[in-house]
Design a protein around this ligand. Structure first.
Ligand SMILES: [Zn+2]
Length: 66
């Protein structure tokens, strides 16, 4: 029985349930860690939504006619 937990934990890719975009919690933790705490509390939504959707500025919300 092969244990492949190591490889799966390195590629922590998730798909946003809002916009369908793939994202990595690990990447957010390293580049935008402050969003996981108050007042953003992204830690509560990081498993379902990408950071952009959680903040309300996701691709689906950005529709500027320019
Ligand atoms: Zn999203």
């Amino acid at each position: 029985m092969a244990d492949q937990n190591d490889s799966s934990s390195e590629t922590d890719l998730r798909r946003c349930t809002e916009c369908g975009q793939q994202y990595s919690i690990q990447a957010y933790l390293s580049s935008a860690a402050h969003y996981f705490a108050a007042p953003y509390n992204y830690e509560h939504g990081c498993e379902k939504y990408c950071l952009a959707c959680w903040l309300g500025i996701g691709p689906l919300d950005i529709d500027s006619p320019c």
